[in-house]
Design a protein around this ligand. Structure first.
Ligand code: ZN
Length: 462
């Protein structure tokens, strides 16, 4: 990987300094034209476990690019080549990668979250996954239980990250700095009695007794010793359900330790517990409120609404027919009176993710309006991820980003807006997509929908 697209967002770039190595291991190509991707060496298959070709390199074809596997005339996968080179599983993965007739660039993306951009959290998840894959099965259960527990804690993300790094011995305690030859000695500055390991710095140091001994749930500290933070966390998660409190205190101990090193300000040790308890209560109350709001807030705009006068509204949706390896796309165009100007059902090859189906439906909707010559309209769908990507001025790095970007070039974005609606309000488009099961290729209805959808159409008018 030479460089990532600079549009991948400032948050991504901030994280890259830390995440670059992670990125190098986990990034994956999103196939556009295929000209930048080496077939045998690069990660480009839509599979998290096997993103690279496993089939042996074919002699004489060592340097071929993914572009060479695409028929330049039909813009589809060259069946002769791919069946000749790869095993069945790889062939079906390749065939699930959508190809687009307009030229788009290949992009390096991050496959471990839906938007395709790198975040610290998804980076850590990926690393945790790598760690699990590289471990013997005996250890994997032990660690996956721990990672799951850490990511499931009801504490701030910065604290989860801190605990995760502590568990991997990856915070800059003196022992680690000495090992990396940054310091000459590794003795704890607080007690002066032992080497400052991660466990020592946030748990074992005798100077921390006023904190840990004040909480009865952690009284086992006097009696038990642990090899590392991992062992301690697993013990606590089984023994009592105070892991949330424990890790917040650990974070505050670490924060205080670092403050004492850089500032002369007083950080009384007696403040660590009340500060931690307050922070935990505040955070958990706020996240409970958020959860409750997510559940109880009334759904916005469930019913379909006609567009304002002089404007059209286009609804789109996708439906998946796994049993026949196909998907359906549905599009309906209506005016300000709710009258149908045109509708469409189309059946196409199954792509590798449901988000892609939705993106292809959006792209089909845009090309449909362009074919009919309409220019001022609202495009409405029920998958928020797709609508957000359409609204954004930057190209999304998600697996569907290039499809949306290519489709947007066919319309004048100044006259178009993109809105999200709940599934209930998108019933006509959804039923058109479902209807594609019975359509050979493409079917279009002018000023009409298929008769069995009249009742669905009427529901939108009431
Ligand atoms: Zn100490």
């Amino acid at each position: 990987m030479k460089a990532l697209d600079s549009h991948s967002g400032s948050y991504a770039w901030q994280s890259i300094l830390k995440g670059r190595e992670v990125l190098l291991k986990g990034a994956k190509w999103r196939v556009g034209s295929g000209e930048s991707i080496n077939v045998w060496l690069d990660a480009w298959l839509p599979s998290l476990d096997h993103p690279r070709i496993q089939s042996p390199i074919v002699e004489g074809f060592e340097d071929i690019k993914v572009q060479d596997l695409i028929d330049p005339v039909t813009h589809s996968w060259d069946d002769c080549l791919i069946w000749g080179f790869f095993n069945n599983q790889e062939v079906s993965l390749i065939k699930s990668i959508p190809l687009w007739p307009t030229p788009v660039a290949d992009k390096l993306t991050w496959p471990f979250n839906a938007s395709g951009t790198y975040t610290v959290k998804s980076g850590y998840k990926f690393l945790a996954r790598e760690v699990l894959h590289n471990r013997s099965p005996r250890h994997s259960d032990h660690n996956s239980e721990l990672w799951k527990m850490i990511w499931g804690l009801d504490v701030q993300n910065k604290i989860k990250n801190f605990v995760w790094r502590s568990s991997k011995e990856a915070i800059p305690v003196k022992k680690n700095l000495k090992r990396r030859k940054i310091l000459n000695e590794g003795t704890c500055d607080h007690c002066g009695q032992a080497e400052e390991s991660v466990l020592h710095a946030i748990w074992e140091c005798s100077k921390l007794s006023p904190i840990w001994d004040a909480i009865p749930d952690f009284s086992f500290r006097q009696a038990r010793s642990f090899a590392d933070i991992k062992e301690l966390l697993l013990y606590v998660s089984n023994a009592c359900n105070k892991v949330d409190l424990m890790v917040v205190i650990m974070w505050n101990i670490w924060f205080r330790r670092n403050q004492l090193r850089v500032s002369n300000k007083d950080h009384p040790i007696s403040q660590v517990i009340p500060t931690s308890q307050q922070a935990l209560t505040d955070y958990q109350q706020a996240s409970n409120v958020q959860r409750a709001q997510r559940v109880t807030s009334p759904p916005t705009q469930v019913a379909w609404h006609p567009p304002p006068d002089g404007c059209l509204k286009i609804n789109f949706d996708g439906a998946t027919f796994n049993d026949i390896n196909k998907v359906g796309l549905g599009v309906v165009i209506r005016d300000g009176f709710g009258q149908v100007l045109a509708s469409l059902s189309e059946q196409i090859q199954l792509p590798f993710s449901s988000n892609l189906v939705e993106a292809m439906a959006a792209a089909r909707a845009l090309s449909f309006v362009a074919e009919l010559g309409f220019s001022r309209f609202i495009l409405e769908g029920d998958l928020e991820l797709i609508i957000k990507a359409l609204q954004s001025k930057e190209e999304s790095l998600a697996p569907f980003g290039h499809i949306l970007a290519a489709a947007k070039t066919t319309v004048d974005v100044n006259c178009v807006s993109f809105t999200h609606i709940r599934r209930l309000g998108n019933a006509v488009a959804y039923n058109l997509a479902k209807h594609a099961r019975h359509v050979a290729g493409l079917q279009v209805w002018m000023e009409d929908v298929p008769p069995h959808l009249y009742s669905v159409l009427l529901t939108d008018h009431s």
